[in-house]
Every structure is written in C-alpha cells, then in structure tokens.
Design a protein around this ligand. Structure first.
Ligand code: FES
Length: 119
C-alpha cells in the first residue's frame, strides 16, 4: 500500500493507482474530459492537472501513478488558471451550440475567455 496526501487528506492506495483514482476515493472532484474508467488514459485534455510536491510542472492526475509519500494539491490558483486556458483552447477549435440551462436559451461556445456567449 502507498500513502498519498491530497488537499491535506491522507489515504492509502494500492500500487498502480492513479492520483485521480485516489482523489475520487477521497471525494475530491477533479474535472476530466478524456478520462474513461475502462480505457487506458489518453491524458490529452489536461483538465485533470494537479500539483505534486517536488515536481516542477503540473501533472495529469488521470495518468500519474501514486508514489509513496506523494503530496498533491488539486485546487491552487495555478491549476485554475491553467485549466481555464486549456478549456479556452479546446473550445476555440470546437464551436458548439449548447443549451444554457440557467437561462433557458441556447449559447455558443466562443473559446474567448468567458467561454459561453448567448447566440
Ligand atoms: S482527463 Fe484528460 S488529461 Fe486527464
């Protein structure tokens, strides 16, 4: 068993578990787009990025195996800014029409900063 601390909560997981799986066991919500439980991780959308102590760059939690003693953060300002940028880049190449359930009208995904705009 490997011990991992995520957002100040510690648990033990089996060897081979990913950081995403450990976070989910703790009830921590890490956003994902390309992760599918039954398939090997693609790690292409980068929405699940996390900070790992001692690692210079953000890592995709869906494709990063837990190491014993690992300390992970899932909700820092760097992570939020990076996720927002990744989402903007994803939407920039995928113009979509989506229902805006909050206001009962359709919106267009713009990919420009605020993401969704009424159409
Ligand atoms: S869910 Fe897409 S990179 Fe992890």
């Amino acid at each position: 068993m490997l011990k991992v601390t995520i957002d100040e909560q510690t648990l033990e997981v089996e060897a081979g578990s990913t950081v995403l799986q450990a976070a989910q066991r703790l009830g921590i919500d890490v956003p994902t787009f390309c992760y599918l439980k039954r398939l090997p991780p693609l790690a292409s959308c980068r929405m699940c990025l996390v900070e790992i102590e001692g690692v210079r760059r953000l890592q995709p939690s869906c494709a990063t195996a837990v190491a014993d003693g690992m300390v992970v953060r899932t909700n820092t300002s760097l992570i939020e800014e990076t996720r927002s940028s990744m989402l903007d880049m994803l939407l920039a190449n995928h113009p979509l029409r989506l229902p805006d359930l909050r206001q009962g009208r359709r919106v267009r995904a713009s990919g420009h900063g605020d993401g969704l705009r009424p159409s």
